[in-house]
Write a protein that binds this ligand. Structure first.
Ligand SMILES: [Zn+2]
Ligand SMILES: [Zn+2]
Length: 282
């Protein structure tokens, strides 16, 4: 069956309306479609839902859910950015929005010493964050230099520690792309199978296992030509299978046609005998 729970729209940085995403999914026989716009953040940025548009986003997804109930199941979710000092508690967003599920993701890393300042000056946060996502690796390099003096191990450790705190304290329904820090590394500063890096990956995997969260298998890096592996990587998925961690394939769609880009994820999971693949959340 076809499903996708990691779906953006033009309420955030997606390039199509909610309805255009829905119509494409229905036309291609999807049974489940979950929307997961980028959560509002209290500083000016180009990718998240604006705070004053959050209610409209939730209401529009709910209206589509009712309108299309006989053709496809639509779910109201949110990809919530966990950022110390800016967004550490998912509950207000869950409660005010009436969310059915959450994807917890880390895209923005503050330098640990700046968290207090960010907390008291949230509108200035952009200057104190390392943006690890996005198409430009130069921006990744600049942030690493500015916040961590170019020390990749410190920066990467901060990324995983932030993911770990999120998983432990917020227990998102789905853990989003928890090793995406490798994308803009482009095998320059380190390689995935270096011991210090794998130790960090395995520590996060262990936490996912202990908390019972679902983990996504995110295919976006591959079809955007930005990376050669899923998030998490194939080798990590093999390890996760030994622990029985439930996974769900996500295209992280920003355009209707992205919804079809599963990039061999189901085939790979089948090939390695992955035991716990989910197609729907409930
Ligand atoms: Zn994301
Ligand atoms: Zn996303």
């Amino acid at each position: 069956m076809l499903s996708n729970y990691h779906t953006h729209s033009n309420y955030c940085d997606g390039k199509a309306s909610l309805r255009e995403m829905v119509d494409f999914a229905v036309a291609h026989g999807f049974e489940e479609l979950g929307f997961s716009g980028h959560s509002p953040l209290p500083y000016l940025n180009t990718f998240s839902i604006k705070t004053d548009k959050y209610a409209a986003y939730c209401n529009e997804v709910r209206a589509l859910k009712a309108e299309y109930a006989d053709r496809m199941k639509i779910h109201l979710g949110l990809e919530i950015d966990y950022v110390p000092g800016l967004c550490e508690d998912f509950r207000p967003l869950i409660e005010t929005g009436g969310l059915e599920y959450t994807i917890g993701s880390v895209h923005l890393i503050p330098q640990p010493e700046s968290i207090g300042y960010i907390r008291s000056h949230p509108t200035e946060a952009a200057d104190y964050l390392w943006m690890i996502d996005g198409a430009k690796y130069e921006r990744y390099d600049e942030g690493l230099q500015r916040l961590f003096g170019g020390n990749i191990r410190r920066g990467v450790r901060a990324f995983f520690e932030q993911n770990n705190r999120m998983i432990e304290s917020q227990r998102p329904t789905i853990v989003g792309h928890f090793d995406k820090i490798v994308m803009n590394n482009k095998d320059r500063y380190f390689h995935y199978d270096e011991k210090w890096f794998l130790d960090l990956v395995y520590e996060t995997v262990q936490l996912i296992h202990e908390t019972g969260c679902i983990c996504e298998v995110n295919t976006r890096g591959i079809y955007k030509g930005r990376h050669y592996d899923f998030y998490p990587a194939r080798q990590t998925l093999r390890h996760m299978n030994t622990l029985g961690i439930p996974v769900i394939v996500s295209t992280d769609a920003h355009l209707p046609e992205d919804l079809l880009h599963t990039e061999g994820a189901y085939e790979f999971l089948e090939e390695i005998g992955y035991r716990n693949v989910l197609f729907r959340l409930t």
